[in-house]
Design a protein around this ligand. Structure first.
Ligand code: ZN
Length: 129
């Protein structure tokens, strides 16, 4: 049955762990985590995650230049990296579109976080006798 949607290579993956379920019987549990919930293998969540990661990265980098708001970078930087990594992982089938977005989020979040930690480190050394 060539038209069976269950055999569409991009059709389904596990709703919990995103394990690709192509080729499995339609109601078989996930071999990775045992969940029976499925979702269409679209990139909706990954795209959202990649965009959120990019936004967090931009805000995180921007906070660096806003004095006391730099404290947010300590939170937003790692969050951007985590979101970007999660988006890259869940969207690994569609990385052509989500990849650059998630990558930019990871880089922006990571760089701004490392920069802030470096600056704080220097400030600590300069103010410590
Ligand atoms: Zn699973």
């Amino acid at each position: 049955m060539p038209d069976d949607p269950a055999h569409d290579p991009s059709a389904q993956c596990c709703a919990r762990c995103r394990y690709p379920l192509e080729g499995l019987p339609p109601h078989a549990p996930c071999p990775e985590c045992g969940s029976r919930k499925r979702r269409t293998g679209d990139a909706g969540d990954a795209s959202t995650g990649a965009i959120v990661s990019l936004a967090l990265g931009v805000i995180s980098a921007a906070c660096l230049f806003l004095g006391p708001a730099a404290a947010f970078t300590l939170l937003l930087g790692p969050a951007a990296v985590a979101m970007g990594a999660a988006a890259a992982w869940t969207g690994r089938r569609t990385l052509r579109t989500d990849g650059p977005c998630a990558f930019a989020g990871i880089v922006l979040g990571g760089v701004s976080f490392v920069l802030l930690v470096t600056i704080l480190g220097f400030a600590f050394f300069l103010t410590t006798p």
